[in-house]
Design a protein around this ligand. Structure first.
Ligand SMILES: Cc1cc2nc3c(=O)[nH]c(=O)nc-3n(C[C@H](O)[C@H](O)[C@H](O)COP(=O)(O)O)c2cc1C
Length: 370
């Protein structure tokens, strides 16, 4: 039994898109509705999860499963969830290319009041030319240009959160004696999932935490450790790293695998092909980590994200704990197939088993009766 405990935050990547993260006609019923996300968030809070995160996504991928053809807008969803909850952190997402910084500065200051200081912001520099292009808002910048915009964007937002009046004439934005009140009660948590070297540099320079897709492999462990090393080198020892784990749990390993097999039997090849094509159409597809991830995924033809873990409570606890401990992670973001039953299983059966593997969380300790 390990004596050193690694205390980690655990959050839920809530399913604001229909089908959740399973591109299959056999996906569990996940409607992508506000009502469902409210139920998931209230359950997550009762179970002791630390945060919920919602993605920003504008265009679905169609196909027989109509994958992500229904998606809620992130920040307005988070406003509702902030009002409905008391303790759980509420983190929303914006694409910096489409929302002017002064608008988001005020939206987040408002969310800070609604949530009583529980708001956080996930910054996205990219996406793909179809997702934002259908809105007429995709800027024809390459990967490096998008991060230049991102650097300027977050600098402006931080100034608006702390200064009375802001004058700014930059490459992308202009503010004229801009007054933005109220100020947030404290600087909201800022996170980013930029995974390329440039995206990672932006995250270390400007954010509190890095989010990346994780599995039980050496690459995930190396990524976690590298985040810590770079942060220390940048003089930010408090910088955090969070692994995004997609899991398919079962009572036994075989049962979990059978669930995944069933999802895969209905895999929506058409939706995946559209996703791959849309990300491939980025002029910077080679630099864009998300594009590479989806192109690889399209080649594998699986209904779930690459690196998805299947297993019993024992197996999932062991496999996730290894990455968390060896990769020095500070947190976990979870994706599950069924955001009610599976979330409960993870909180009650999986995370408590990690205690003896050196990972402590708040899960399994609350008196959940509902
Ligand atoms: C946990 C997590 C959340 C993400 N959320 C979004 C999102 O809401 N919208 C989006 O367009 N991209 C999202 N992404 C993609 C990343 O923001 C980022 O663009 C991608 O990892 C590519 O990295 P790069 O910009 O460094 O190439 C997410 C990725 C991860 C791992």
């Amino acid at each position: 039994m390990s004596t050193i405990q690694r205390a980690v935050d655990v959050g839920v990547f809530i399913p604001v898109g229909n089908n959740g993260w399973i591109a299959s006609t056999n996906a569990p019923k996940v409607p992508g509705s506000y009502e469902h996300n409210l139920q998931v968030t209230l359950l997550a809070e009762r179970l002791g999860f630390d945060f919920v995160l919602s993605m920003a996504k504008w265009r679905g991928y169609g196909g027989p499963s109509k994958h992500w053809d229904v998606t809620l807008e992130s920040l307005t969803t988070m406003a509702g969830l902030a009002q409905a909850t008391k303790t759980i952190d509420i983190w929303g997402t914006v694409h910096m290319m489409i929302f002017p910084p002064a608008i988001v500065a005020k939206m987040v200051a408002t969310l800070d009041q609604i949530s009583g200081g529980r708001v956080g912001l996930n910054l996205v520099s990219g996406s793909n030319p179809h997702d934002l292009g259908q809105l007429g808002l995709w800027k024809p910048l390459d990967h490096a240009g998008r991060y230049e915009l991102a650097d300027e964007w977050i600098r402006v937002v931080k100034r608006l959160w702390s200064e009375d009046r802001v004058d700014h004439k930059g490459t992308f934005f202009e503010l004229n004696d801009c007054m933005s009140n109220p100020k947030p009660s404290k600087r909201p948590t800022i996170i980013c999932a930029g995974a390329s070297d440039r995206g990672f540099q932006f995250t270390i320079d400007n954010c509190d935490a890095s989010f990346f897709t994780a599995s039980d492999d050496d690459a995930s462990i190396a990524r976690g450790k590298r985040a810590k090393e770079l942060a220390v080198r940048a003089g930010k020892p408090d910088f955090k790293s969070y692994g995004l784990f997609m899991v398919v749990p079962g009572r036994t390993d075989a049962e979990a695998q059978a669930r995944l097999d069933r999802f895969d039997a209905g895999v929506d090849r058409e939706a995946l092909a559209t996703q791959t094509a849309e990300y491939s159409s980025d002029v910077s597809a080679k630099q864009n980590f998300a594009a590479q991830f989806f192109i690889d995924q399209g080649a594998r033809v699986s209904s779930v994200l690459g690196g998805t873990l299947t297993g019993s409570a024992e197996s999932l606890a062991r496999r996730m704990a290894r990455t968390i401990v060896e990769g020095e992670l500070d947190g976990v973001t979870l994706i599950v197939p069924d955001f009610i039953e599976d979330l409960r299983f993870m909180a009650e059966e999986v995370f408590p088993r990690m205690e003896e593997l050196g990972v402590s969380t708040k899960l399994g300790k609350s008196l959940e009766t509902a």
